[in-house]
Design a protein around this ligand. Structure first.
Ligand code: THU
Length: 164
């Protein structure tokens, strides 16, 4: 037996004020996007804004449904929009923020498991890392160099006998 270790590094900033201009712009856009969520059930509104490699911006916000599992997270709304609007175009960075009734919103949240799976396949298919900028309405900002770092030992299309 031998043991393996998985480690990853990410950046922690005290606030948006420490970010460079481009990242601060994207995070402010994500914060502005949270009201676009349709979240009458959870009352937790997530906004996501991507800068693509071609410089275009794409947004996403969570969209819920009375049949709860039919709802979709902000990150996957964004990835679907990016894929449909600019096929094959890599994403450089996504900023993700949130606000909710009765939550302080003073710390970063990170993508759920299904979104991590979807993000890592988006990286694979565009052969480009998706950098994440995570923050609440206020407080610390985390920058993760590649979304796939959040999903060690991921299942991927490589296991299926399919040529992409
Ligand atoms: N949600 C997101 O949109 N992104 C996340 O990273 C976490 C959760 C949404 C799903 C649901 O509409 C609401 O937030 C509460 O879970």
């Amino acid at each position: 037996m031998k043991s393996s270790e998985y480690k990853f590094s990410y950046e922690v900033y005290d606030s948006i004020d420490e970010l460079d201009e481009q990242d601060a712009f994207l995070l402010n856009k994500a914060r502005e996007t949270t009201p676009n969520a349709w979240a009458p059930y959870s009352r937790f509104r997530v906004g996501a804004v991507a800068r693509l490699k071609n410089g275009e911006l794409v947004i996403g916000a969570n969209q819920e449904n009375a049949s709860y599992p039919a709802g979709i997270c902000a990150e996957r709304v964004l990835l679907s929009t990016a894929g449909a609007t600019y096929p094959g175009q890599p994403i450089q960075s996504i900023a993700i923020s949130y606000e909710g009734d009765g939550v302080s919103g003073d710390h970063p949240i990170s993508p759920c498991g299904i979104c991590r799976q979807t993000l890592q396949e988006f990286e694979q298919r565009t052969k480009h890392p998706v950098r994440l900028i995570l923050a609440g309405k206020t407080g610390q900002v985390y920058i993760i160099p590649a979304a796939s770092m959040l999903l060690p030992l991921a299942f991927s299309g490589d296991e299926l006998d399919v040529q992409l």
